[in-house]
Design a binder for this molecule. Structure first.
Ligand SMILES: [Zn+2]
Length: 65
């Protein structure tokens, strides 16, 4: 059986492109800040870009104790 799966590119830089909930716009290098759990309504993941993290002193979810 041939191995047809293309190996994922090695990406160690956290340069995900996504929605920043702080300045309400798309930006590169967003990080997950917190996971919102809501019983009703759309919960979800809250992301912030690098400049907003610096501006608001946000700690990425993965870096929190
Ligand atoms: Zn931002």
């Amino acid at each position: 059986m041939p191995e047809n799966r293309t190996p994922a590119p090695a990406q160690h830089t956290p340069t995900a492109y996504g929605w920043c909930s702080w300045h309400q716009g798309y930006s590169g290098g967003v990080r997950l800040i917190q996971v919102v759990e809501q019983g009703s309504g759309p919960g979800g993941h809250v992301f912030a870009c690098a400049s907003c993290r610096e501006l608001h002193g946000l700690v990425p979810f993965a870096d929190q104790p």
